[in-house]
Design a protein around this ligand. Structure first.
Ligand SMILES: Cc1cc2nc3c(=O)[nH]c(=O)nc-3n(C[C@H](O)[C@H](O)[C@H](O)COP(=O)(O)OP(=O)(O)OC[C@H]3O[C@@H](n4cnc5c(N)ncnc54)[C@H](O)[C@@H]3O)c2cc1C
Length: 422
């Protein structure tokens, strides 16, 4: 007997889609390219799987940037509570942690993967591993099945495409979803890495600071276009007033940087220059820093500039800033004039870097771009172009901030696609 529904990809979206379609009585065949399901779930949240977030729905949607409206309807039908209830039914209790991030109480992504796999299989979905789909087969404008790379054609009345993005290809998401969708007529919004570390022009300085991580700092990004016009870069998602970042051998990374990275990548694609200013002391304004420096100068006038900065900053960063100030690291602080103190204040309030690029698509945590959302029904995730085709998860043009938002989008869209079919 030919299967009625084929799900392409046993990741977060595909497992929910298969489970829901099977639960509602469809005969489901899940085709997975890799030798096991949910490899990306396993690496998510540092293998602890930050599966969603406790933010209220309206605030939650702000973490999807420009495309937030698309998910609004879906989140009225299958959202966090429904997801958590489903996981609880399959033996996975969860807990809320810092920033509203929700994890399995066990702290094991494997438990989430296993529960979702059980959801699909216990409802009757069959899974074939190492079965990459090569083509979605059409009869006119309607799906008639798929062709696998093993040269087999499998008929189906409906196909759910949930092949993920193009990031972290070792997990199986190698961009097939985009190629499969494009081949049947879908528009692909250009792919860009998101939640990705950034590369700086000042490589030598970054290498010196490699491994230094900063807390309670603030990052400001500024763009400059070809005419020289400068403007602040708007964050794609809500940004906390202060947060963390770190230096790597090629540039910068960490939460504040990852959150801004898609906006930076897009600005660079628009041929703008991008500058990062790190406010190392966001809790104090220029005047307050000035006064505090002066107080320290008076208290210990013989102290070297370098030593003074070490009281304020991580060791390597203090050394670097003392050198960058060109005031002389060994200079006793009492000899610094007001104008020289102003140089220090400027560095502390705006440690400047030029961003020249990002790590490649494969290294981002998610892929921005993908199947254009205007071609998808936001209630059912059905393609508006091909009858019987549904598209869910990261293959769609959805890229959210860190915090559990990407997985929730995959789970919700997968679940509703499974329901849409049935
Ligand atoms: C390191 C890392 C950490 C992350 N941490 C988090 C986190 O904590 N919280 C969060 O919300 N998000 C996180 N994300 C993002 C999140 O994991 C993804 O957005 C989400 O898994 C996307 O789900 P998906 O089902 O669309 O795709 P995937 O989970 O990538 O699943 C796609 C599946 O399709 C299969 N496939 C691909 N092509 C074919 C084909 N041709 N035929 C058959 N099968 C195919 C793949 O093998 C894969 O199993 C993280 C991402 C990374 C890389």
């Amino acid at each position: 007997m030919s299967p009625r529904v084929i799900v392409i990809g046993a990741g977060a979206a595909g497992l929910l889609a298969a489970g829901r379609a099977a639960e509602l009585g469809a005969e489901v065949l899940l085709l997975e390219k890799m030798d096991k399901a949910g490899k990306k779930i396993l690496v998510s949240g540092k293998s602890r799987c930050n599966l969603t977030n406790s933010a209220p729905r309206a605030e939650f949607l702000k973490y999807y940037g420009a495309n937030w409206q698309f998910l609004r309807n879906a989140y009225y039908r299958f959202f966090r509570e429904e997801l958590l209830a489903l996981l609880a039914r399959y033996g996975v209790p969860t807990q809320v942690e810092r920033g509203g991030r929700i994890f399995p109480t066990s702290g094991r992504a494997e438990d989430v993967r296993a529960a979702l796999l059980r959801y699909a299989t216990s409802n009757g979905a069959r899974i074939r591993y190492q079965n990459p789909v090569q083509q979605i087969l059409l009869a006119g404008d309607k799906v008639r099945g798929v062709a696998t790379r093993r040269g087999k054609q499998i008929p189906a009345e409906a196909v759910i495409l949930a092949a993920g993005g193009a990031s972290w290809p070792s997990t199986g998401s190698t961009g097939d979803g985009y190629r499969l969708a494009q081949a049947v007529g879908h528009t692909i919004v250009p792919l860009r890495p998101a939640l990705v570390p950034l590369v700086v022009r000042e490589k030598g300085r970054a290498k010196t600071l490699q491994g230094v991580s900063l807390r309670n700092i603030c990052c400001r990004f500024l763009t400059r276009d070809a005419s020289g016009r400068e403007e602040p870069l708007a964050p794609p998602y809500p940004v906390p007033p202060t947060g963390e970042m770190l230096f790597t051998h090629f540039g910068v990374s960490g939460p504040l940087i990852l959150t801004m990275s898609l906006a930076v990548v897009d600005a660079l694609r628009a041929r703008k220059q991008v500058f990062l200013f790190i406010d190392l002391k966001p809790g104090m304004n220029v005047e307050e820093i000035n006064r505090r420096l002066q107080r320290e100068f008076e208290r210990r006038p013989q102290q070297h500039l370098h030593n003074l900065l070490q009281g304020w900053l991580p060791h390597a960063l203090a050394t670097e800033l003392a050198q960058l100030s060109h005031l002389g690291p060994e200079r006793p602080v009492h000899s610094l004039r007001a104008s020289e103190r102003a140089v220090l204040v400027r560095l502390l309030k705006g440690f400047r870097w030029e961003i020249t690029g990002s790590l490649p698509l494969e290294a981002g945590m998610v892929t921005a771009g993908g199947v254009q959302l205007t071609e998808i029904n936001p209630r059912t995730f059905a393609s508006k172009l091909v009858k019987g085709l549904y598209i869910a998860g990261e293959t769609l043009d959805i890229a959210a901030d860190t915090g559990g938002f990407n997985l929730q989008a995959a789970f919700s869209s997968g679940y509703l696609a499974g329901e849409g079919i049935s």
